[in-house]
Design a protein around this ligand. Structure first.
Ligand SMILES: *[C@@H]1O[C@H](CO)[C@@H](O)[C@H](O)[C@H]1NC(C)=O
Ligand SMILES: *[C@@H]1O[C@H](CO)[C@@H](O)[C@H](O)[C@H]1NC(C)=O
Ligand SMILES: *[C@@H]1O[C@H](CO)[C@@H](O)[C@H](O)[C@H]1NC(C)=O
Ligand SMILES: *[C@@H]1O[C@H](CO)[C@@H](O)[C@H](O)[C@H]1NC(C)=O
Length: 682
């Protein structure tokens, strides 16, 4: 027993002696490198990051390398040594790609006869070789590469592999980075460039080199990733090598770190790594490619949306733009916004158009609270005279009479004036007189219309605070309501010229057949309105226009023709056939005579509107007139000079220039210069 104990003791002593005396014994552990460079030889980019103690082999510099060797070589011992050559190492590394780029190139665990690899190249040479030393046995390098770039020249299998390099970057064996999961019984792949710490075990014993990988905190897998016979003594004839790491960057760049490292020449003395002491891997905060792209996209999108919004705003502003001047302030309540009119008329759509004339277009619309409206769009270019015109319009808006179309207000835009009045659903009198789609008017209706309009006109001339001239009395300006109550509309409009050039207080237009002769000389007055009303009376009674160029010459001028008939004693011949003979002869005769009375050539010999109302209502008897009364039935001679005049139902104007009376063949009305304002017109 004592003998056996002695033997055991001597064996233990012997073993200890061998370990103690053996030159090749080498064992160390770095749980982080916070003891500084103690024991390490660094070159290139390699440095220790304090206080964490992270061994950084490369930073984000392109085409650089870094080395870290343990300062004492690993001595294989003499060839005759009975002990088999072995080493065991376990380290944790991390490869963090430069933000926004693919990482490169990789880390290698190195055994090298020389601790000076400064002549080696970075990039695909991994800081191990250069073009002349790669493949040369004199390099005396054994490397286990963790390669993150696929270099075609070294027949790399992929860009995430482990390889064993014997004096040559053409690996003797390589495999995609993966580990064997004992729990699941399958291989699981690893991604070096995930930046996560990775454990690597490299074991060498009995000429067999095993390489094993696993994520941090995993147990060492039971099966290695690579297992290969390597004759270390043939790679290192001098039987010693420095151990350490090499890493390199190219145009592809990674931060490459070693977190901890344990090494031993014997399995039993390999110290395990204390993970709790390992430094953490800094993760550069990156504006991620996708997120920055997203931000750019969002910014572009935002700008687009803003541009569209601004565009819409500008478009709307332009669309609804108005002209407003300080002098309009008192008219505020009468002012309509263009937007409200635009909406009321459904955008001035064509199918809502009631008519188009020389003054502009008239649209039907509907407004909340107001009801149906007619919007007259007058185009003009001149600002001159606009102020007075608007003032007149506004004055007219304040006029109230049961037979006046109520003017509700106005709106001004660049080059445009919009007048808003109540919509009269019946249409205008000329439609009833000349269009077949309307029922013919009976005599009593006609007389009622004449009385209504006479009353309205009388109000304009005498009833309002100022004298207001209508200036364009004619059948198309007399509107009818459902019950055929008549309304005088469009007063003052004759002042308005569609080209705007003559929009001034001294300009007026009228419609041929309704225009008194003196318009050429003394201008508008209440008596010119009376003249026009006289023509209108004849028109309504005779059912034809005051001037009709398509008639034979003797009938062309209604006034003249009526007098001719009167002279022949056949006044009845002039009466509208559509009446079908149903009329009261005394009334018709009175109206015709009154019409002639109103159209007398001398203004002062015409009755006033007050008198006309009296006559029409039979409150007063017509003075005695005969066809031979001076100045009766005289057609305005200037009109004879107009070669081919076409009369339309809408008011027209011409572009002829004042002051001389002229007309252009294309237009159906005369333009006459005058100096008249309401107030002095009586
Ligand atoms: C390669 O490296 C060796 C030493 O390792 C050096 O002598 C040689 O000049 C280098 N060649 C090139 C091309 O860098
Ligand atoms: C795991 O990988 C090793 C080495 O690449 C291979 O030899 C083995 O067949 C794989 N095992 C499984 C289960 O895929
Ligand atoms: C290497 O791996 C093989 C199994 O693939 C195993 O038999 C051998 O013992 C391992 N060698 C070392 C040194 O771990
Ligand atoms: C290893 O290489 C050395 C020198 O090249 C040789 O002497 C030895 O026999 C080799 N060992 C084996 C196991 O092949």
């Amino acid at each position: 027993m004592a003998q056996r104990l002695h033997l055991l003791l001597s064996i233990i002593l012997f073993v200890n002696l061998i370990r103690f005396s053996n030159q090749q014994d080498l064992s160390f552990v770095y749980n982080g490198f916070n003891q500084g460079e103690g024991g390490l030889l660094l070159d290139g980019l390699a440095k220790i990051q304090l206080p964490g103690g992270l061994l950084q082999l490369t930073d984000a510099t392109a085409r650089q390398k870094g080395h870290a060797f343990f300062n004492r070589p690993f001595d294989f011992g003499s060839a005759s040594s009975s002990q088999s050559l072995s080493f065991w190492t376990h380290f944790v590394c991390a490869l963090v790609p430069k933000p926004g780029a693919d990482g490169g190139h990789g880390i290698a665990f190195v055994l090298s006869s020389s601790k000076d690899l400064t002549q080696a190249d970075p990039t695909q040479y991994l800081g191990l070789f250069n073009i002349s030393t790669n493949g040369s046995p004199s390099s005396q390098i054994l490397a286990i590469e963790l390669d993150t770039v696929e270099s075609a020249e070294f027949d790399d299998i992929d860009k995430n592999h482990v390889g064993i390099d014997e004096n040559n970057l053409h690996s003797v064996v390589s495999a995609p980075a993966s580990y064997y999961s004992d729990r699941e019984g399958t291989n699981k792949s690893l991604t070096f460039l995930s930046g996560d710490p990775i454990q690597v075990w490299i074991d060498y014993e009995d000429t067999l080199l095993n390489v094993t990988l696993a994520p941090l905190r995993n147990q060492k897998p039971s099966k290695p990733l690579l297992s290969r016979n390597i004759n270390l003594t043939s790679v290192f004839p001098d039987r010693k090598a420095f151990v350490g790491f090499s890493a390199a960057t190219g145009s592809l760049i990674s931060y490459q770190y070693i977190l901890g490292w344990s090494f031993s020449t014997s399995r039993v003395s390999l110290q395990s790594l204390d993970f709790s002491k390992l430094p953490t891997v800094p993760r550069p905060k990156i504006p991620k490619k996708t997120s920055s792209l997203l931000i750019i996209l969002l910014v572009i999108l935002g700008l687009l949306v803003m541009a569209v919004l601004v565009g819409v705003c500008v478009y709307k502003r332009k669309k609804y733009a108005e002209v407003k001047e300080p002098w309009e302030k008192p008219y505020g309540p009468l002012r309509y916004t263009y937007k409200s009119l635009y909406k009321a008329t459904g955008g001035f759509k064509r199918d809502g158009r009631l008519g188009k004339g020389g003054f502009g277009e008239v649209f039907k619309g509907t407004m909340p609270l107001v009801g149906d409206i007619a919007v007259k769009r007058l185009s003009h270019d001149a600002e001159q005279g606009m102020k007075q015109f608007v003032a007149e319009v506004v004055t007219m808006g304040s006029l109230q009479h049961k037979n006046l179309v109520p003017l509700l207000g106005y709106c001004r835009r660049k080059g445009e004036l919009l007048l808003v009045s109540k919509y009269m659903e019946g249409g205008s009198v000329d439609q009833y007189l000349f269009q077949d789609d309307k029922p013919p008017l009976s005599w009593s209706q006609r007389l009622a219309i004449l009385r209504d309009i006479a009353s309205a006109l009388c109000y304009l001339h005498t009833g309002a605070s100022q004298v207001v001239l209508h200036r364009d009395i004619k059948a198309s300006n007399v509107m009818l309501k459902g019950n055929l109550q008549a309304f005088l509309g469009d007063f003052g409009m004759a002042r308005f010229d569609d080209r705007g050039a003559n929009l001034s207080a001294t300009a007026a237009v009228g419609t041929i057949g309704y225009m008194a002769l003196e318009l050429t000389s003394s201008g508008t007055s209440t008596r010119t309105d009376v003249y026009a009303f006289g023509a209108f009376m004849l028109e309504v009674t005779c059912g034809r226009r005051p001037f009709d160029p398509e008639m034979p010459v003797e009938k062309r001028h209604l006034v003249k023709w009526v007098v001719e008939c009167w002279k022949r004693g056949s006044l009845v011949d002039t009466i509208d056939r559509r009446l079908g003979g149903k009329f009261i002869p005394g009334e018709v005769e009175m109206v015709l005579k009154l019409g002639l009375f109103c159209t007398r050539i001398v203004p002062d010999s015409r009755p006033s509107m007050e008198q006309v109302v009296q006559y029409l209502n039979r409150h007063q008897m017509l003075p005695d007139l005969s066809p031979d009364t001076p100045g009766i039935g005289v057609s305005t001679p200037m009109l004879m000079r107009v070669p081919s005049l076409a009369i339309t139902s809408t008011s027209g104007i011409s572009s002829a220039s004042p002051p001389s009376v002229s007309s252009s063949p294309a237009n159906n009305s005369m333009f006459i210069s005058h100096t008249i304002m309401y107030g002095d017109g009586r």
